[in-house]
Design a protein around this ligand. Structure first.
Ligand SMILES: Nc1ncnc2c1ncn2[C@@H]1O[C@H](COP(=O)(O)OP(=O)(O)OP(=O)(O)O)[C@@H](O)[C@H]1O
Ligand SMILES: [Mg+2]
Length: 152
């Protein structure tokens, strides 16, 4: 069994970003990161941390794509950021070609991944974020064992 699941509690947006930074530091080319959780759970906060950990410059603004399907941030690897909530439909994602994005120097971070799960590779790193009262969040990370250091 070469995969694991880790549960981490976060009590603030900055803590969630810090967990994201650790994940970003471990990202390798071709990794798909599937983020799920309700509105306001903290998926985008997590994405901000992951991009920072993947070496995207601090002055690059990271927000969910609104007028484009994919935001792209250059870093140690090339990060593609998709928000499936804002996609017109799964066809839009199919059209841009997730496999292309994962080839070469790329990694894909996708919010609301459960909406397009059929289109995602089977070996994504799964991150689910749940409200746990106030600013508390329960973050479950499931994927390859090499991500174990995210527990800090
Ligand atoms: N522990 C926490 N981790 C992350 N965000 C938190 C935490 N506590 C409070 N927040 C707040 O919750 C909100 C999370 O917003 P964010 O945009 O990251 O959510 P989201 O899951 O991407 O939502 P959406 O589905 O609308 O895109 C922010 O306003 C953030 O400040
Ligand atoms: Mg979001």
């Amino acid at each position: 069994m070469n995969s694991g699941e880790w549960v981490i509690l976060s009590d603030s947006p900055s803590r969630t970003r810090e967990i994201g930074r650790r994940i970003g530091a471990l990202l390798t080319h071709g990794t798909c990161v599937a983020l799920v959780g309700q509105l306001g759970a903290g998926k985008t906060e997590m994405v901000k941390g992951i991009t920072s950990g993947a070496g995207v410059a601090d002055d690059v603004v990271v927000n969910s794509p609104t007028y484009v399907i994919v935001n792209e941030y250059p870093g140690r690897l090339y990060i593609h950021h998709i928000d499936a909530y804002r996609l017109g439909g799964a066809e839009e994602l199919e059209a841009v070609g997730i496999d292309e994005m994962l080839s070469g120097e790329g990694a894909v971070l996708i919010e609301w991944a459960d909406r397009v799960s059929d289109l995602l590779p089977s070996d994504c790193l799964h991150i689910s974020i749940e409200h746990a009262g106030g600013d508390e969040r329960r973050i479950r990370v499931r994927g390859p064992r090499r991500f174990a250091p995210i527990r800090g």
